[in-house]
Design a protein around this ligand. Structure first.
Ligand code: NDP
Ligand code: MG
Length: 334
């Protein structure tokens, strides 16, 4: 079934008139929501931690950041744009005690709502308004007069009439200029986790490393392996981004295209597809969420150990040297 998509004509900013919007967290998403909504004529307040760089950034943009509790008390609409793994604790300690019937919670990712980390009081609406792009793009497109597509969804128990408020919010951040796709918290959360685990982050980095290691173990120079298996990924992805797989295949050589058709399916095999289904099942039955929530409660020991190990992989060492040879790529270090 094709998705329902809403545009400017389907949304009315008047829904937000007389309502105070609190943006919690002035990070990637927060700085863009706060400024776009303010530029759309909304009454916006910001909550940030005093003494942090983003607190100063909010001040330099003309906001006077409050504490989270104060902001929640004052606002009608509360947008939670804190790091996902901190949201449950902040919700329990600082947000929930200050909620009252008639207030609305907005999220830009469904994880905590979908996996039951927020105990929502009676009479509080919950909406998802999720831009499909990073905050800096949301802000720069808005200032150009354009927008970034967004997703919209209603929380469990939130009445259908709340959609109007959500669409007004999406219009305020510029989303309806591009298109706002209706979804559910479950669909947004599960497809987001699946995409990042199987394709974007997990699948891609495992593919890159396995390809690199295969060449190096076969005696090829690591520099060559890096260029072929890491650096050139961007060239290919840029082509796919602009015109799909078809345009990529049109742009590469016929030899590369033939290799794609005949060898690709030998890499992503029936076994790989079966594993994808198992990864999806762990997302759907909540076992991935439980694992990640408990990992964070334990102060993330396994996560930190894996991060340390991955950072010292030979592919990172050779990559650091080679990126220095390419002045145009704006090499980054963390
Ligand atoms: P960021 O980490 O960029 O920003 C979070 C901000 O919250 C930081 O400024 C952080 O301060 C601040 N903060 C941390 N703890 C508190 C606290 N207790 N009280 C007040 N402020 C606090 O997060 P993102 O913008 O990336 O993500 C926000 C939400 O948006 C998440 O739900 C995410 O899934 C979603 N999202 C993100 C997208 C993206 O591209 N980034 C895209 C779509 C959705 P400090 O920096 O000092 O820690
Ligand atoms: Mg995602």
């Amino acid at each position: 079934m094709p998705a329902t998509i809403y545009y400017d004509k389907d949304a009315d900013l008047a829904q937000l008139r007389g309502k105070k919007i609190a943006i919690l967290g002035y990070g990637s998403q927060g700085h863009a929501h706060a400024q776009n909504l303010r530029d759309s004529g909304c009454d916006v307040i910001v909550a940030e931690l005093p003494g942090t760089a983003n607190y100063q950034l909010a001040v330099s943009h003309g906001f006077q950041p409050l504490g989270t509790e104060q902001a929640v008390k004052q606002a009608d609409i509360i947008t939670i744009l804190l790091p996902d793994e901190l949201q449950a604790d902040v919700f329990r300690g600082q947000i929930r005690p200050n909620l009252a019937a008639g207030k609305t919670i907005v999220c830009s990712h469904g994880f905590n709502v979908h996996y039951g980390q927020f105990d929502i009081p009676e009479g509080v609406w919950v909406l998802l308004v999720a831009p499909k792009g990073p905050g800096h793009l949301l802000r720069s497109e808005f200032m150009r007069g354009a927008g970034v597509p967004c997703l919209i969804a209603l929380g469990e128990g939130t009445p259908r009439e709340a959609l109007k408020l959500g669409l007004a919010y999406a219009k305020g951040i510029g989303g309806t200029r591009a298109g706002v796709i209706e979804t559910t918290f479950a669909e947004e959360t599960e497809t987001d986790l699946f995409g990042e685990q199987v394709v974007l982050c997990g699948g891609l980095s495992a593919l890159i490393k396995a390809g690199y290691e295969t060449l190096v173990e076969a005696g090829y120079q690591p520099e060559m392996a890096y260029f072929e298996c890491v650096h050139e990924v961007k060239l290919i992805v840029d082509l796919i981004y602009q015109g799909g797989l078809n345009y990529m295949r049109y742009s590469v050589s016929n030899t590369a295209e033939y290799g794609d058709y005949t060898r690709g399916p030998r890499i992503i095999t029936e076994q790989t597809r079966a594993e994808m289904k198992r990864v999806l099942a762990e997302i759907q039955d909540g076992s991935f969420a439980r694992e990640w929530i408990l990992e964070n409660k334990a102060n993330a020991p396994a996560f930190k150990a894996m991060r340390r190990k991955e950072r010292s992989h030979p592919i990172e060492v050779i990559g650091r040297q080679l990126r220095k040879l390419m002045s145009w790529i704006e090499a980054k270090e963390v």
